[in-house]
Design a protein around this ligand. Structure first.
Ligand code: DQA
Length: 148
């Protein structure tokens, strides 16, 4: 059974109380439960993590690259939070490892402030999804299962 690695970046630990009109009222634990169910129905093992530190996310992407090369990982679903809009390091980590990655956002970043319209992740991602709320995580797991 391959693993789906779901990585969450800065401030996503605040889900539930953080700007509920934008992100909803589900907590990150709720999102993990939703991902557990989605992974179970698509035959993946789930590895679900959150970090507020850019370098830790970079190191997790390196680990993902090694696991995918070893045939143990289906790919990564990454909600990089605000690092989406700032991080050349995450862009380079995705490109440098060649890991299969789906970029995910809970909100529709393109309907928000202009500084959220640019993503350093998108050019290195296999697919991009935004605006489905936390349900997007389950949709992304289904999408990962459908990728060759
Ligand atoms: C986000 C959108 C980002 O612009 C923001 O910085 C986040 C969350 C989302 O899931 O909608 O932290 O990635």
């Amino acid at each position: 059974m391959k693993t789906a690695l779901i990585l969450n970046g800065p401030n996503l630990n605040l889900l539930g109380t953080r700007e509920p009109t934008v992100y909803g009222t589900h907590t990150l634990d709720d999102v993990k439960a939703l991902c557990d169910a989605a992974c179970a129905s698509h035959g993946f093992a789930l590895d679900f993590r959150q970090s507020n530190h850019e370098g830790e996310l970079v190191e997790w992407l390196h680990e993902a690259g090694r696991l995918q090369a070893a045939g143990q990982l289906a790919g990564v679903i990454l909600n990089a939070g605000a690092y989406t809009h700032t991080s050349v390091a995450l862009h380079d980590a995705i490109k440098g490892t060649g890991v299969t990655l789906i970029e995910l956002h809970i909100s529709n970043v393109h309907a928000r402030e202009p500084f959220r319209h640019h993503s350093f992740i998108s050019p290195a991602a296999k697919a991009v999804m935004a605006g489905f709320g936390v349900q997007g995580y389950a949709l992304a797991v289904a999408g990962l299962a459908g990728l060759k």
